[in-house]
Design a protein around this ligand. Structure first.
Ligand code: FES
Length: 355
Protein backbone atom coordinates (compact mmCIF):
# COMPACT_ATOMS: atom_id res chain seq x y z
CA UNK A 1 0.00 0.00 0.00
CA UNK A 2 1.62 3.25 -1.08
CA UNK A 3 1.98 5.95 1.52
CA UNK A 4 -0.88 8.49 1.26
CA UNK A 5 0.07 12.19 1.46
CA UNK A 6 -2.42 14.86 2.52
CA UNK A 7 -2.24 18.58 1.72
CA UNK A 8 -1.79 20.74 4.83
CA UNK A 9 -1.24 24.48 5.16
CA UNK A 10 1.77 26.00 6.92
CA UNK A 11 0.50 28.50 9.49
CA UNK A 12 3.69 29.44 11.32
CA UNK A 13 7.45 29.23 10.77
CA UNK A 14 10.00 30.07 13.43
CA UNK A 15 13.69 29.60 14.23
CA UNK A 16 14.13 28.12 17.73
CA UNK A 17 17.93 28.10 17.28
CA UNK A 18 20.31 29.58 14.68
CA UNK A 19 20.38 26.19 12.91
CA UNK A 20 16.82 24.90 13.08
CA UNK A 21 13.36 25.65 11.74
CA UNK A 22 10.01 24.93 13.37
CA UNK A 23 7.05 24.46 11.03
CA UNK A 24 3.49 24.59 12.39
CA UNK A 25 0.33 23.53 10.64
CA UNK A 26 -3.26 22.67 11.53
CA UNK A 27 -5.28 19.64 10.51
CA UNK A 28 -8.61 20.23 8.73
CA UNK A 29 -11.66 18.82 10.58
CA UNK A 30 -12.16 16.07 8.00
CA UNK A 31 -8.66 14.69 8.64
CA UNK A 32 -8.62 14.85 12.45
CA UNK A 33 -9.16 11.09 12.83
CA UNK A 34 -6.45 10.28 10.28
CA UNK A 35 -3.98 12.55 12.08
CA UNK A 36 -4.67 11.36 15.64
CA UNK A 37 -1.30 10.51 17.13
CA UNK A 38 0.54 9.28 20.18
CA UNK A 39 3.37 11.26 21.76
CA UNK A 40 6.62 10.20 20.05
CA UNK A 41 5.21 9.48 16.57
CA UNK A 42 6.47 11.02 13.35
CA UNK A 43 5.10 12.20 10.00
CA UNK A 44 6.58 11.73 6.55
CA UNK A 45 6.88 14.92 4.46
CA UNK A 46 7.20 15.00 0.69
CA UNK A 47 8.82 17.99 -1.02
CA UNK A 48 9.62 18.59 -4.67
CA UNK A 49 13.16 19.94 -4.76
CA UNK A 50 14.95 20.58 -8.06
CA UNK A 51 12.15 18.67 -9.80
CA UNK A 52 12.69 15.56 -7.66
CA UNK A 53 10.51 14.12 -4.92
CA UNK A 54 12.25 14.05 -1.54
CA UNK A 55 10.68 12.36 1.49
CA UNK A 56 11.80 12.87 5.08
CA UNK A 57 10.40 11.91 8.48
CA UNK A 58 10.02 14.44 11.28
CA UNK A 59 8.74 13.74 14.78
CA UNK A 60 5.82 15.77 16.09
CA UNK A 61 6.91 17.69 19.16
CA UNK A 62 3.55 18.99 20.29
CA UNK A 63 1.53 16.79 22.66
CA UNK A 64 -1.66 15.06 21.51
CA UNK A 65 -3.27 16.53 24.64
CA UNK A 66 -2.67 20.23 23.96
CA UNK A 67 -3.73 22.69 21.27
CA UNK A 68 -4.58 21.81 17.71
CA UNK A 69 -1.34 23.05 16.21
CA UNK A 70 0.96 20.32 14.89
CA UNK A 71 4.68 21.13 14.98
CA UNK A 72 7.91 19.67 13.69
CA UNK A 73 11.44 21.03 13.94
CA UNK A 74 14.14 20.41 11.38
CA UNK A 75 17.81 20.97 12.18
CA UNK A 76 19.81 22.37 9.25
CA UNK A 77 22.62 20.04 8.27
CA UNK A 78 25.46 20.96 5.90
CA UNK A 79 24.48 18.15 3.55
CA UNK A 80 20.77 18.36 4.33
CA UNK A 81 18.91 19.10 1.11
CA UNK A 82 15.48 19.04 2.76
CA UNK A 83 16.44 20.81 5.99
CA UNK A 84 17.95 23.65 3.91
CA UNK A 85 14.84 23.76 1.72
CA UNK A 86 12.61 24.03 4.81
CA UNK A 87 14.83 26.77 6.26
CA UNK A 88 15.04 28.91 3.13
CA UNK A 89 12.11 28.12 0.81
CA UNK A 90 9.12 27.26 2.95
CA UNK A 91 6.73 30.19 3.51
CA UNK A 92 3.59 30.92 5.49
CA UNK A 93 0.53 29.66 3.63
CA UNK A 94 2.44 27.04 1.62
CA UNK A 95 0.70 23.71 1.13
CA UNK A 96 2.84 20.79 2.22
CA UNK A 97 2.35 17.07 1.56
CA UNK A 98 2.26 15.08 4.79
CA UNK A 99 1.51 11.44 5.59
CA UNK A 100 -0.43 10.22 8.62
CA UNK A 101 1.39 9.73 11.97
CA UNK A 102 3.35 6.51 12.40
CA UNK A 103 5.94 4.95 14.67
CA UNK A 104 6.27 2.63 17.64
CA UNK A 105 8.41 4.92 19.82
CA UNK A 106 5.46 6.19 21.84
CA UNK A 107 4.17 6.90 25.29
CA UNK A 108 0.59 6.33 26.34
CA UNK A 109 0.07 8.15 29.64
CA UNK A 110 -1.92 6.52 32.43
CA UNK A 111 -3.51 8.94 34.86
CA UNK A 112 -2.76 7.07 38.09
CA UNK A 113 0.65 5.82 37.03
CA UNK A 114 3.46 6.75 39.40
CA UNK A 115 6.88 5.96 38.00
CA UNK A 116 10.08 7.63 36.82
CA UNK A 117 10.61 8.11 33.10
CA UNK A 118 14.31 8.35 32.18
CA UNK A 119 15.04 10.01 28.82
CA UNK A 120 18.34 9.99 26.89
CA UNK A 121 18.45 12.36 23.90
CA UNK A 122 21.09 13.80 21.59
CA UNK A 123 20.57 16.75 19.21
CA UNK A 124 17.32 16.46 17.22
CA UNK A 125 16.57 13.24 19.10
CA UNK A 126 14.84 15.54 21.60
CA UNK A 127 11.88 16.16 19.24
CA UNK A 128 9.80 13.00 19.97
CA UNK A 129 10.99 13.12 23.59
CA UNK A 130 9.81 16.73 23.95
CA UNK A 131 6.28 15.58 23.03
CA UNK A 132 6.53 12.65 25.47
CA UNK A 133 7.73 14.86 28.35
CA UNK A 134 4.97 17.38 27.71
CA UNK A 135 2.43 14.55 27.64
CA UNK A 136 3.61 13.09 30.97
CA UNK A 137 3.60 16.54 32.58
CA UNK A 138 0.04 17.09 31.39
CA UNK A 139 -1.45 13.65 31.88
CA UNK A 140 0.57 11.57 34.31
CA UNK A 141 0.76 13.92 37.25
CA UNK A 142 2.24 11.48 39.77
CA UNK A 143 5.17 10.44 37.57
CA UNK A 144 8.66 11.95 37.54
CA UNK A 145 10.90 12.72 34.59
CA UNK A 146 14.71 12.73 34.35
CA UNK A 147 16.28 13.89 31.10
CA UNK A 148 19.92 13.57 29.98
CA UNK A 149 20.30 15.70 26.84
CA UNK A 150 23.48 16.00 24.72
CA UNK A 151 24.33 18.87 22.38
CA UNK A 152 27.46 20.42 20.95
CA UNK A 153 26.96 23.84 22.43
CA UNK A 154 24.45 25.80 24.47
CA UNK A 155 23.22 27.56 21.32
CA UNK A 156 22.40 24.18 19.73
CA UNK A 157 19.98 23.12 22.45
CA UNK A 158 16.51 22.73 20.96
CA UNK A 159 13.57 23.88 23.13
CA UNK A 160 15.99 25.28 25.70
CA UNK A 161 13.60 27.98 26.93
CA UNK A 162 10.57 25.67 27.10
CA UNK A 163 12.54 23.01 28.97
CA UNK A 164 13.75 25.62 31.46
CA UNK A 165 10.22 26.98 31.91
CA UNK A 166 8.88 23.49 32.59
CA UNK A 167 11.69 22.83 35.02
CA UNK A 168 10.59 25.88 37.02
CA UNK A 169 6.91 25.08 36.79
CA UNK A 170 7.26 21.35 37.54
CA UNK A 171 10.35 21.48 39.74
CA UNK A 172 9.17 18.50 41.83
CA UNK A 173 8.73 16.29 38.80
CA UNK A 174 11.20 17.28 36.09
CA UNK A 175 15.00 17.20 36.28
CA UNK A 176 17.23 17.99 33.33
CA UNK A 177 20.94 17.33 32.90
CA UNK A 178 22.58 18.85 29.85
CA UNK A 179 25.84 17.60 28.45
CA UNK A 180 27.80 19.71 25.96
CA UNK A 181 30.44 18.25 23.69
CA UNK A 182 32.21 21.40 22.54
CA UNK A 183 35.37 22.05 24.54
CA UNK A 184 36.45 25.16 26.41
CA UNK A 185 32.94 26.43 26.62
CA UNK A 186 31.80 28.85 29.27
CA UNK A 187 28.78 27.12 30.74
CA UNK A 188 28.26 29.58 33.58
CA UNK A 189 25.27 31.09 31.76
CA UNK A 190 23.44 27.76 31.64
CA UNK A 191 22.94 27.83 35.43
CA UNK A 192 22.09 24.16 35.91
CA UNK A 193 23.53 20.68 35.89
CA UNK A 194 25.93 20.46 32.98
CA UNK A 195 28.23 17.64 32.06
CA UNK A 196 30.95 17.66 29.44
CA UNK A 197 31.27 15.31 26.48
CA UNK A 198 29.15 12.82 24.64
CA UNK A 199 26.79 10.51 26.46
CA UNK A 200 28.85 7.45 27.36
CA UNK A 201 28.62 4.48 29.71
CA UNK A 202 30.23 6.28 32.63
CA UNK A 203 27.96 9.30 32.25
CA UNK A 204 24.83 7.12 32.13
CA UNK A 205 25.85 5.30 35.31
CA UNK A 206 26.59 8.62 37.03
CA UNK A 207 23.29 10.14 35.84
CA UNK A 208 21.28 7.15 37.08
CA UNK A 209 23.09 7.16 40.44
CA UNK A 210 22.47 10.88 40.87
CA UNK A 211 18.81 10.30 40.05
CA UNK A 212 18.14 7.40 42.44
CA UNK A 213 17.39 4.67 39.95
CA UNK A 214 14.77 2.11 40.94
CA UNK A 215 14.65 -0.08 37.88
CA UNK A 216 11.25 -1.70 38.30
CA UNK A 217 9.51 1.61 39.02
CA UNK A 218 10.99 3.20 35.90
CA UNK A 219 10.79 3.27 32.12
CA UNK A 220 13.56 4.30 29.70
CA UNK A 221 13.50 6.13 26.36
CA UNK A 222 16.46 6.71 24.03
CA UNK A 223 16.59 8.83 20.88
CA UNK A 224 19.83 9.74 19.19
CA UNK A 225 22.20 8.61 16.46
CA UNK A 226 23.13 4.95 15.97
CA UNK A 227 26.15 4.63 18.25
CA UNK A 228 24.64 6.54 21.15
CA UNK A 229 21.43 4.50 21.00
CA UNK A 230 23.28 1.20 20.93
CA UNK A 231 25.67 2.16 23.74
CA UNK A 232 22.81 3.44 25.96
CA UNK A 233 20.79 0.31 25.27
CA UNK A 234 23.77 -1.92 26.13
CA UNK A 235 24.54 0.04 29.31
CA UNK A 236 20.95 -0.18 30.56
CA UNK A 237 20.83 -3.89 29.72
CA UNK A 238 24.08 -4.46 31.66
CA UNK A 239 22.53 -2.68 34.64
CA UNK A 240 19.74 -5.26 34.57
CA UNK A 241 16.99 -3.16 32.98
CA UNK A 242 14.53 -5.58 31.30
CA UNK A 243 14.15 -5.07 27.53
CA UNK A 244 10.42 -4.38 27.87
CA UNK A 245 11.20 -1.21 29.87
CA UNK A 246 13.52 0.24 27.21
CA UNK A 247 12.08 2.19 24.25
CA UNK A 248 14.27 3.67 21.56
CA UNK A 249 14.31 5.26 18.12
CA UNK A 250 17.05 6.36 15.75
CA UNK A 251 16.64 9.84 14.31
CA UNK A 252 19.14 9.44 11.50
CA UNK A 253 21.01 6.77 9.58
CA UNK A 254 24.26 8.17 11.01
CA UNK A 255 26.13 5.30 12.68
CA UNK A 256 24.02 2.62 10.99
CA UNK A 257 25.96 0.22 8.77
CA UNK A 258 24.23 -1.58 5.92
CA UNK A 259 25.50 -5.00 4.83
CA UNK A 260 25.75 -5.70 1.16
CA UNK A 261 23.44 -8.71 0.78
CA UNK A 262 21.81 -10.66 -2.03
CA UNK A 263 18.84 -12.97 -2.31
CA UNK A 264 17.72 -15.47 -4.92
CA UNK A 265 14.76 -14.96 -7.28
CA UNK A 266 11.39 -16.73 -7.04
CA UNK A 267 11.20 -16.95 -3.25
CA UNK A 268 7.67 -17.71 -2.01
CA UNK A 269 6.67 -15.14 0.59
CA UNK A 270 3.50 -15.40 2.69
CA UNK A 271 2.59 -12.52 4.97
CA UNK A 272 -0.22 -12.32 7.50
CA UNK A 273 -1.38 -8.69 7.74
CA UNK A 274 -4.54 -7.72 9.63
CA UNK A 275 -5.76 -11.35 9.51
CA UNK A 276 -5.39 -11.56 5.70
CA UNK A 277 -2.78 -13.66 3.96
CA UNK A 278 -0.76 -12.11 1.08
CA UNK A 279 1.27 -14.29 -1.24
CA UNK A 280 4.19 -12.85 -3.25
CA UNK A 281 6.92 -14.35 -5.43
CA UNK A 282 9.94 -12.22 -4.52
CA UNK A 283 12.27 -11.03 -7.27
CA UNK A 284 16.03 -11.32 -6.98
CA UNK A 285 17.37 -8.91 -4.32
CA UNK A 286 13.90 -7.65 -3.48
CA UNK A 287 13.28 -7.01 0.22
CA UNK A 288 10.24 -8.43 2.00
CA UNK A 289 8.80 -4.91 2.18
CA UNK A 290 9.38 -4.17 -1.52
CA UNK A 291 7.68 -7.44 -2.52
CA UNK A 292 4.64 -6.77 -0.35
CA UNK A 293 4.34 -3.18 -1.58
CA UNK A 294 4.52 -4.40 -5.19
CA UNK A 295 1.38 -6.52 -4.74
CA UNK A 296 -0.47 -3.78 -2.87
CA UNK A 297 -0.44 -5.47 0.56
CA UNK A 298 -1.32 -3.03 3.40
CA UNK A 299 2.09 -3.46 4.97
CA UNK A 300 3.12 -0.90 7.63
CA UNK A 301 6.28 1.05 6.82
CA UNK A 302 7.73 4.51 7.07
CA UNK A 303 11.47 5.28 6.73
CA UNK A 304 12.46 2.22 4.62
CA UNK A 305 15.96 2.75 6.02
CA UNK A 306 15.94 0.50 9.07
CA UNK A 307 15.52 3.44 11.47
CA UNK A 308 11.92 3.64 12.63
CA UNK A 309 10.94 0.01 13.27
CA UNK A 310 7.46 0.53 11.75
CA UNK A 311 7.91 -2.48 9.43
CA UNK A 312 8.84 -4.85 12.30
CA UNK A 313 7.32 -8.30 11.73
CA UNK A 314 7.73 -11.81 13.12
CA UNK A 315 9.49 -14.37 10.96
CA UNK A 316 7.43 -17.55 11.36
CA UNK A 317 9.13 -19.72 8.71
CA UNK A 318 12.24 -19.63 6.50
CA UNK A 319 15.38 -17.54 6.78
CA UNK A 320 16.23 -13.89 6.02
CA UNK A 321 19.33 -11.73 6.43
CA UNK A 322 18.97 -8.06 7.30
CA UNK A 323 21.10 -5.30 5.77
CA UNK A 324 20.72 -3.48 9.10
CA UNK A 325 18.91 -4.50 12.27
CA UNK A 326 19.74 -1.60 14.59
CA UNK A 327 16.08 -0.69 15.06
CA UNK A 328 15.52 -4.06 16.73
CA UNK A 329 16.31 -4.80 20.38
CA UNK A 330 18.12 -7.98 21.36
CA UNK A 331 14.79 -9.17 22.76
CA UNK A 332 13.13 -8.57 19.35
CA UNK A 333 15.87 -10.60 17.68
CA UNK A 334 15.58 -13.40 20.23
CA UNK A 335 11.87 -13.64 19.40
CA UNK A 336 12.45 -13.76 15.63
CA UNK A 337 11.37 -10.24 14.79
CA UNK A 338 12.79 -8.78 11.59
CA UNK A 339 12.61 -5.47 9.72
CA UNK A 340 10.73 -6.08 6.47
CA UNK A 341 12.48 -3.14 4.76
CA UNK A 342 15.93 -4.62 5.49
CA UNK A 343 15.20 -8.33 4.97
CA UNK A 344 16.37 -10.38 2.01
CA UNK A 345 15.20 -14.01 1.80
CA UNK A 346 17.83 -16.71 2.27
CA UNK A 347 15.46 -19.68 1.87
CA UNK A 348 12.98 -20.66 -0.85
CA UNK A 349 9.98 -20.08 1.41
CA UNK A 350 9.53 -17.22 3.91
CA UNK A 351 6.54 -16.57 6.17
CA UNK A 352 6.00 -13.44 8.27
CA UNK A 353 3.29 -12.32 10.64
CA UNK A 354 2.62 -8.60 11.18
CA UNK A 355 0.36 -9.50 14.15
S1 FES B 1 10.23 1.13 7.46
FE1 FES B 1 11.41 2.03 9.05
S2 FES B 1 12.58 0.36 9.80
FE2 FES B 1 11.54 -0.48 8.08
Amino acid sequence: MEQVFYSLKVIEISKPTYNSTTVSFTIPKGLLNTFQFQAGQHLCFKFIINGKEEERMYSLHNSPFENEMYQITSKIKDTGLVSKYIATNLKLGDIIKVSEPKGNFVIQPTENCCKTHYFFAAGSGITPIFSMIKTILLKEKRSKIKLLYANRNITDILFYKELNDWKEEFSERLEITHTLTKRFLDTSQIGEVVKRGRINEEMINEFLNENSLEILKSEFYICGPGEMNQMTLDTLTELGVPAKLINYEYFSTEGITYDDLNSAANVELDALIRNENYHVILNENETVLQGLKRVGAPVPFSCQNGICGTCKTKLTDGKVEMKSSMALSSNDKKHNYILACQSLAQSTVVMVDFE
